[in-house]
Ligand binder design. Structure first.
Ligand code: PLP
Length: 422
């Protein structure tokens, strides 16, 4: 009926993340036994975690002024000052980082933090240059792909593939192919990585950090699954921060996705800019997650919860899913699982898969099993060849065991069928 602007068309049009959230939302809203949802990033319902949120909600209702602060008040655009003070103290004490409240900005979820950060740093510059975000290792988080307000925002490098076991591999950063030109505004990685469950080693992060620092650009590290919370990380990797590093965190994966709470830890200029952008886009951010979690930051309970409940929960889920894949896929066709080092996903690679990953997705969807086709995670590559970009899928192992197990069995059957009829 009305004309839409270029930006409007770009953001309102179809995107991988839009389709994914549509599938996810519909599957979870309509529920039912018929859908095996292995597709989204929905965190698991962990009873001990949910009972903690319930307890905190009850406390907020019974404390004088608790509900009013959490729901009936606008926070400043940077976020709740008490929550930010507690976060800064936690990072100072736990990691020894020299950060104060001026280094923090709260956003409406990590997703929004990325929209603001990418468009703050990259795109058309005042002097006419166009700058891009470098993804030093794709596959990378699908949710970044369409976030550029002014078109294509990314340039990306395919990984080195190291076979680490009979059915296991690991991606590594291919430093020889990374080139930091004038065009690059920032380097960005998720760690642990969605979709692969990869955790960049400390050495890889140190090298990326030095590259960024030497070129006077930021290194953005998306810590949505990392330490200190939710700490869904199964390796010995250490968090990294420096004045040129922009670290993002989220309350989603510890179990509060509905509160939409993201956090940016960055140089005060960047944190201040994000706060300014938040005020324009949304006035203020949702308070409730911050109100629920603040005393848990102060007491350290959030660290205990992450380390003793959340992390072992996902570690066990991952182990089970890998076992089920071994049982269901047998040796009928070639397959590899990316080494599971964190997050809530397994990344499956079927070398020589005779159908596209989109076709596999469609065939599985027709059977009521939702996965995410791998192709969408290889964005920013332009013409760079990457032979296996259409041979992979991502599955989540966060859902109930029965659903994950059934889903894996169906994937095995569909992949077997595809190979047999090739
Ligand atoms: N970054 C990564 C790597 C993610 O997987 C997600 C969600 O799945 C996000 C950021 C954004 O999450 P939220 O906006 O819920 O904080």
């Amino acid at each position: 009926q009305f004309e839409f602007s270029e930006l409007g068309r770009h953001l309102a049009g179809r995107s991988g993340i839009g389709d994914l959230m549509e599938d996810l939302g519909n599957a979870l809203a309509h529920g039912g036994d018929e859908i095996r949802m292995l597709g989204g990033g929905q965190p698991a319902n962990i009873p001990e975690v949910n009972s903690l949120w319930r307890r905190r909600m009850e406390e907020l209702l019974s404390e004088p002024g608790g509900m009013e602060r959490a729901m009936a008040t606008y926070d400043p655009p940077r976020g709740n000052p008490g929550y930010i003070a507690a976060l800064a103290k936690l990072f100072r004490e736990r990691f020894g980082w020299n950060v104060g409240p001026e280094h923090f900005a709260i956003t409406s979820g990590g997703q929004t933090a990325f929209f603001l950060l990418f468009n703050l740093l990259a795109g058309p510059m005042p002097d006419g240059r166009k700058r891009k975000i470098l993804l030093p290792l794709v596959p990378e988080y699908i949710g970044y792909a369409n976030q550029g307000a002014f078109g294509e925002l990314f340039t990306a490098v395919p990984p080195l593939v190291e076979i680490t076991g009979p059915h296991e591999f690991k991606y590594r950063v291919d430093f020889d192919r990374i080139e930091i030109t004038e065009e690059i505004a920032a380097i960005c990685v998720s760690r642990p990585t969605n979709p692969t469950g990869n955790v960049l080693t400390d050495a890889e992060v140190a090298r990326l950090s030095k590259l960024a620092k030497d070129h006077g650009i930021p290194l953005i590290i998306d810590n949505a699954y990392g330490a200190p919370f939710p700490n869904i990380i199964f390796t010995e990797a250490h968090p990294h921060w420096d004045e040129h590093v922009i670290l993002t965190l989220s309350l989603s994966k510890i179990g509060l996705p509905g509160t939409r709470t993201g956090m940016v830890v960055a140089h005060p200029d960047v944190a201040g800019a994000i706060a300014g952008m938040s005020s324009v886009v949304g006035l203020a951010n949702p308070n409730l997650g911050q109100a629920v979690v603040k005393p848990l930051l102060e007491s350290g309970e959030i660290l205990r919860l992450s380390k003793e409940v959340v992390q072992p929960f996902y570690r066990e889920k991952s182990r089970l899913a890998v076992d089920w894949i071994g049982e269901s896929f047998a040796d009928d066709f070639e397959f590899f699982i990316h080494r599971s080092e964190g997050a809530m996903f397994l990344w499956l690679w079927f070398p020589g898969l005779p159908i596209s990953s989109d076709e596999l997705y469609q065939r599985l969807k027709a059977r009521g099993v939702l996965v995410v086709p791998g192709r969408h995670f290889f964005f920013g590559l332009g013409e760079t060849p990457c032979s296996y970009r259409d041979e992979c899928i991502r599955i989540s192992y966060a859902m109930e065991e029965r659903i994950v197990k059934d889903g894996i069995r169906a994937i095995g059957e569909e992949v077997r069928k595809a190979f047999q009829s090739a």
